[in-house]
Design a protein around this ligand. Structure first.
Ligand code: ADP
Ligand code: MG
Length: 265
């Protein structure tokens, strides 16, 4: 992580497109994320934000364009190979592994990183006790980092919704990524949880990890990101600092029904 100078181009998306039948969900998108940078992706519902994440994470293949990460071409790589390059993601909806503790859920994120290993093997095969202890200790640190340290041995079924969102973030950091993709992490959070999320996102960037953030909560976006990319109908309609985006006419037009949300921020 620290070997990469902040400012180096980490993620390079060029001319990216994805069709679903007759629908062009992502259209000729250029997007760059530098090491350690926080970039916001905003746009109305259906603008193509989550599809863009799915394309970057390898969950979907592009119809056109190129994707590269730290100089490695990613087109056609399956999700586990993309994860191994150093990209981790959260989903728009919580997906905890039932019947496991919080710490075990975070450890699943680590094991996804291990070569050729199904995460189950780690629990079945007699790995060295030391490796397990290290994994547990790292999981504990990550749970502390997101403010869930006290609940690390709690079963995930006892989680509140907001705690589940934070657990997702801890799990995705477990893979020691260089870039995290956060898809609407503030959705459903209380204002206090939102404030904590702001701090967590800044803390992730402070570790030198780049953040690509899809978010509807404009207060959160405007107060955390350095740069914003605005999508509408799959196309990038604006890009700039929070200040530039706030005063952009095309952005205001795209948000007609939602203008209050943008200007209130
Ligand atoms: N797997 C899919 N099959 C067909 N259409 C999809 C699929 N995923 C997304 N879409 C469509 O692509 C468009 C963009 O969706 P999405 O990327 O989820 O938007 P956003 O995250 O910005 O709300 C929407 O019109 C959506 O209905
Ligand atoms: Mg979405």
């Amino acid at each position: 992580m620290s070997a990469i100078n902040k400012g180096a181009e980490l993620l390079q998306v060029r001319g990216l497109g994805r069709r679903f039948g007759g629908l062009q969900a992502v259209d000729d998108l250029d997007l760059t994320v530098h090491a350690g940078e926080i970039v916001g992706v905003i746009g109305p519902n259906g603008a193509g934000k989550s599809t863009t994440f799915n394309l970057i994470a390898g969950a979907l293949g592009p119809s056109s364009g190129t994707l590269a990460f730290a100089g490695t071409r990613m087109n056609g790589l399956p999700p586990h190979r993309v994860a191994r390059l150093g990209i981790a993601r959260t989903f728009q909806h919580n997906r905890p592994f039932a019947g496991m503790t919080m710490a075990e859920n975070v450890m699943v994120g680590m094991h996804l990183r291990m070569k050729n290993a199904l995460w189950r093997q780690v629990f079945l095969v007699d790995e060295s006790a030391r490796a397990e202890a290290e994994a547990a200790s790292h999981a504990g640190e990550l749970l502390e980092f997101v403010g869930l340290g006290d609940a690390k041995n709690a079963d995930v079924s006892t989680l509140s919704f907001g705690q589940g969102r934070l657990l997702e973030i801890a799990r995705c950091l477990a893979a020691r990524p260089r870039l995290v993709l956060l898809d609407e992490p503030a959705a459903g959070l209380t204002p206090a949880e939102c404030d904590r999320l702001c701090e967590i996102i800044r803390g992730i960037a402070a570790k030198g990890i780049a953040v690509l953030l899809i978010e509807h909560d404009m207060r959160l976006v405007m107060s955390t990101v350095e740069r914003i990319v605005v999508l509408n109908f799959g196309r990038k309609i604006a890009e700039g600092t929070p200040e530039q985006i706030r005063s952009d006419a095309a952005v205001a037009a795209a948000y007609l029904g939602d203008l209050g949300g943008l200007t209130r921020a």
